[in-house]
Design a protein around this ligand. Structure first.
Ligand code: GAR
Length: 203
């Protein structure tokens, strides 16, 4: 069975999308761990409800050591780490140990509105302020550059004049749930080739 760890910081709707996809047999995988950098993340409740092992490496307590702690727990135990609204930065050995085995979902079309300190609602505020007609979401591999790894999938979302950051966030989030599921399925089915920093999807 393909084993996944999901890292979270907040509400966990993307985590829920993965849980549901597994339950509905759209993904042939199991979630072995849900790890949060915040002890009050609602995502933890979603995991506990499904009897998934949860761990918290609080950012305030562990700071930059949390990547090493996560590596200690996950080494040899999972095939893929999914950052689903995880707002700390992973660094150090975990990036080598899980090279091309960590993916992230970001709520914009990278390379727009991404990078350090661009997360959550701030991304959508920036898109609205810029007046872009299209935004969207991106699933990409994680490397040492924030939001800089190879792009796996992107989905475009319309931005309307009447939108504010909240309405845009909601529309993008609905697409995130589908896109993340699709990317995980491609990985499980070994359909991704990485060539010179670019992803090719095998047919
Ligand atoms: C999602 O929109 C995700 O793309 C974003 O946080 C939200 C988490 O929602 N992640 C980032 O901004 C990372 N740069 P969720 O907790 O309901 O899945």
């Amino acid at each position: 069975m393909f084993k996944i760890a999901v890292l979270v910081s907040g509400g966990g709707s993307n985590l829920q999308a993965i849980i549901d996809a597994i339950e509905f047999e759209q993904l042939n995988a199991s979630i072995e761990f849900v790890i949060s950098d915040k002890k009050d993340a609602y995502a933890l409740k979603r995991a506990e409800e499904k009897n998934i092992t949860t761990l918290v490496f609080d950012r305030k307590e562990y700071g930059r050591n949390s990547s090493d702690k996560i590596l200690e727990v996950l080494k040899g135990k999972v095939d893929l780490i999914v950052l689903a609204g995880y707002l700390s930065i992973l660094d150090g050995d975990i990036l080598k140990e899980f090279n091309n085995k960590i993916i992230n979902i970001h709520p914009s079309l990278i390379p727009s509105f991404c990078g350090p300190k661009m997360y959550g609602i701030k991304v959508h505020e920036a898109a609205i302020n810029m007046g872009v007609r299209y935004s969207g979401c991106t699933v990409h591999y994680v490397n040492e550059l924030v939001d800089g790894g190879a792009i796996i999938l992107q989905q475009v979302v319309n931005v309307y004049f009447e939108d504010d950051a909240k309405t845009l966030q909601k529309r993008v989030l609905e697409e995130e749930h589908k896109l993340l599921k699709k990317a995980i399925k491609l990985i499980i089915e070994d359909k991704i080739l990485i060539d010179n920093g670019r992803v090719k999807i095998k047919s």
